[in-house]
Design a protein around this ligand. Structure first.
Ligand code: G
Ligand code: G
Ligand code: MN
Ligand code: NA
Length: 256
């Protein structure tokens, strides 16, 4: 497959890049940190979404070197921002982790190495995983989560609500935050059922000592409703699209 061969060379040709989307504290509307979002600037096809090439990366195992590259870049950039903007609380970085990455027995060791190389404290790093990772290999996941916790890293469940109907796994792992999938936030203002679902998820998370990140906030009405629910964090086009590093730096600069 052509895409597969192209992807093999993408890292060394520096065609992969990271966009940063702010995660905002909803109680004061200030930037808490960013989510790192991978993009591939293909020489002939232009910008390719991770939805298209992550599956290829997973099948070929390329997700492993690519995943460590993302972690390294994102931690490095976050450390630079922390040193540059000392008047605000140290910015945090959320990095997405796929199932295959999560199954690497030396994942914690590699992340520890990256933290040392970049000088970033583990407490500034949040790892995002999907529900399916926790459920499909629960024993391994429990072990990994404990190891990551020992580095100070926080665990976020991504796309919450879209995967499994079973909630029992929430008891079995120490999860720090749920990211409510943007499909729930969409039309929250116009349909009562969506509002009630988001409200109920938020209450449940708080009762289990977890924070909540609402994804895909696009309107000030959605923002107000989420603030009323005491949802801690938000992400979405209302605040900012995912930005290239220079634009993200300018956004932080303008907010301090
Ligand atoms: O940014 P965008 O909406 O195109 O992202 C699409 C999907 O790709 C999201 O579900 C996101 O979690 C995933 N994704 C983005 N960056 C990374 C990455 O660095 N690693 C992995 N495994 N997934 C990513
Ligand atoms: O699955 P994950 O949450 O990692 O995916 C993040 C993706 O969501 C990114 O690709 C980003 O472009 C997209 N996204 C971020 N904010 C919004 C938003 O407000 N509306 C919509 N439709 N998509 C968003
Ligand atoms: Mn994510
Ligand atoms: Na998501």
């Amino acid at each position: 497959l052509q895409l597969e061969n192209d992807l093999r060379r993408a890292v060394e040709r520096q065609e992969l890049l990271i966009y940063y989307q702010p995660i905002v504290s909803l109680h004061n509307n200030r930037i808490r940190g960013f989510e790192a979002l991978l993009r591939w600037n293909h020489p002939t096809r232009g910008l390719i979404s991770p939805e298209e090439f992550i599956p290829v990366a997973e099948e070929t195992g390329l997700i492993i070197p690519i995943g460590y590259w993302v972690l390294h870049q994102a931690c490095h950039q976050t450390r630079i921002w922390q040193e540059q903007f000392t008047a605000i609380p140290p910015l945090t970085i959320n990095v997405n982790c796929s199932g295959k990455q999560f199954a690497q027995s030396d994942l914690t060791k590699q992340i520890d190495r990256i933290l040392h190389e970049t000088g970033l404290n583990g407490v500034s790093l949040n790892i995002e995983i999907t529900e399916s990772i926790l459920i499909e290999n629960a024993d391994l996941a429990a072990k990994m989560l404990l190891q990551l916790k020992n580095l100070g890293i926080q665990l976020y469940v991504d796309d919450f609500g879209t995967g499994y109907s079973s909630l029992s796994y929430l008891h079995n792992f120490s999860i720090d935050a749920l990211k409510i999938d943007r499909s729930f936030i969409k039309r929250m203002g116009s349909t009562n059922q969506k509002y009630e679902l988001v409200y109920t998820i938020t209450q449940m998370a708080h009762n289990l000592n977890m924070n909540v990140v609402a994804e895909g906030i696009e309107t000030s009405e959605q923002l107000r409703q989420l603030q009323d629910m005491r949802c801690e964090y938000g992400q979405g086009f209302l605040f900012s699209q995912p930005l290239q590093q220079e634009a993200a730096t300018a956004l932080i600069q303008s907010s301090v």
